[in-house]
Design a protein around this ligand. Structure first.
Ligand SMILES: *[C@@H]1O[C@H](CO)[C@@H](O)[C@H](O)[C@H]1NC(C)=O
Ligand SMILES: *[C@@H]1O[C@H](CO)[C@@H](O)[C@H](O)[C@H]1NC(C)=O
Ligand SMILES: *[C@@H]1O[C@H](CO)[C@@H](O)[C@H](O)[C@H]1NC(C)=O
Ligand SMILES: *[C@@H]1O[C@H](CO)[C@@H](O)[C@H](O)[C@H]1NC(C)=O
Ligand SMILES: *[C@@H]1O[C@H](CO)[C@@H](O)[C@H](O)[C@H]1NC(C)=O
Length: 385
């Protein structure tokens, strides 16, 4: 574990990180007026040298209100022509490695056909390897070696930066999208009033960790799963993860407001190998049993290929073994993943302690998942093996 720690911090120190932005004339851009701005005066945890929320407010006193620009977006801007408006109100962000190029190509094309913005987080150093793809210069590429999805998201999906988007897709790179259409998916999310969602998983072809993510062919959306197995029961009475109010980390989709909350939930110092998804329901902007749901009519395949950037690298042992979808692994990559798993387990403990302490220190806080707590924290027992 110490080894992993020092390796991680060494990695962070020596990480060569830069942003490669390919500007294209093809992409049209317009400054988007944001109606629904977030309140920007958030306070920061631990004030060592950092401006507190109020300081941030005061630091703007010398600017006229009318010129203060809170938000930005990830649209590429043509330098020499007038621009038109965004067609898609969604951003797709994926941590990618060159090994999954073929699949990512298919995923991105689906979203580009809806004119969505594309952001690729390259965790393996290979950026040039993507140049030959026709859409490569329409995407924003960010490189940071050996970092995780949540690491990237914390740094590059700040709520102010992505506030023009109504929805954020923060997806793994190993998802099969043959039966998925982003536009139809979003229509359902809106009509069903979902703030946090994911497409259901094709049960035949997917690596499945949690029953609630499985596709139910008879419905359009489900928000609950009924299981009676081993250490837990999911019934109509269940009010929390993994029975209801929950999606998994490999393909979450967030509304703007939910993402604003989730971004603050991501701990800057943790890689969040697993366990973060169990708390996402707290960002549901209302009753999580209603505003969190799995969309069945638009579904995906979760291939479960262990990669560094995706959630799969660090998943706890699955509920169910997937058939022949685990590629042959080299000893070295097994060794690396073992380290990451240990780190993730240790971190989950830290996260839980931090959460519990925050709850103790805030007596105004009301837990929307109170009933779950009475029944025990199911997943987290499971996750610590
Ligand atoms: C990233 O991890 C790989 C192992 O998967 C390692 O070989 C490589 O040196 C690491 N790169 C950096 C910059 O730490
Ligand atoms: C995407 O943008 C192009 C060019 O602006 C436009 O012709 C096309 O209809 C748009 N597609 C969608 C689905 O909005
Ligand atoms: C699918 O949904 C229907 C209608 O809600 C329900 O009766 C059925 O039990 C569900 N099937 C599974 C496998 O969850
Ligand atoms: C789950 O539910 C079944 C039937 O309601 C019950 O017999 C069983 O004891 C329950 N298991 C747990 C762990 O609560
Ligand atoms: C659900 O709650 C009701 C009322 O508390 C109770 O009567 C019922 O047995 C519970 N059902 C299950 C499956 O636990």
């Amino acid at each position: 574990m110490t080894k992993v720690k020092s390796r991680t911090s060494l990695g962070l120190l020596t990480t060569l990180m830069f942003v490669v932005i390919f500007v294209t004339t093809k992409l049209q851009y317009e400054h988007v007026k944001v109606e629904n701005r977030w309140h920007p005066f958030v306070s920061t945890r631990g004030s060592s040298g950092l401006a507190s929320g109020e300081d941030r407010f005061e630091s703007l006193d010398s600017l006229r209100q009318g010129v203060v620009e809170w938000a930005s977006n990830l649209e590429l801007k043509p330098l020499w022509q007038s621009s038109s408006s965004l067609n898609c109100n969604a951003l797709l962000a994926i941590p990618v490695g060159i090994k999954q190029k073929q699949n990512v190509d298919i995923m991105v094309q689906k979203f580009l056909s809806e004119n969505c913005s594309i952001l690729l987080f390259h965790y393996d150093g290979s950026v040039d390897g993507w140049n030959d793809l026709e859409w490569s210069n329409k995407a924003v590429h960010i490189l940071a070696h050996n970092q995780t999805k949540w690491w990237f998201a914390k740094r590059f999906l700040h709520p102010d930066v992505v506030s023009p988007y109504d929805f954020i897709f923060l997806w793994d790179e190993d998802l099969g999208v043959e039966n998925f259409h982003p536009g139809r998916f979003l229509e359902i999310m809106i009509s069903e009033g979902l703030e946090i969602s994911q497409p259901a998983l094709d049960p035949e072809l997917s690596e499945v960790h949690h029953r609630i993510t499985l596709r139910n062919k008879t419905v359009k959306v489900h928000r609950q799963v009924y299981v009676s197995r081993g250490s837990f029961n999911c019934s109509d009475n269940s009010t929390g993860p993994p029975c209801t109010g929950w999606v998994e980390g490999m393909a979450p989709v967030f509304s703007r407001a939910a993402w604003h909350c989730v971004w603050h939930l991501i701990q800057n110092d943790l890689i969040h190998g697993w366990g973060l998804d169990m708390k996402l329901g707290y960002c549901a902007q209302g009753d999580p049993t209603k505003t969190v749901g799995v969309i069945d009519s638009e579904y995906i395949v979760h291939r479960g290929i262990p990669t560094l950037g995706g959630a799969s690298a660090t998943k706890p042992p699955p509920d169910r073994k997937s058939p022949e979808h685990s590629p042959v692994k080299s000893d070295r990559s097994i060794d690396l993943r073992t380290h990451i798993r240990r780190q993730s387990t240790a971190e989950l403990e830290i996260f839980k302690q931090r959460w519990d302490q925050a709850v103790r220190e805030d007596d105004r806080w009301i837990d929307p998942f109170y009933h779950l707590r009475q029944n025990g924290e199911l997943h987290e027992k499971h996750a610590t093996e």
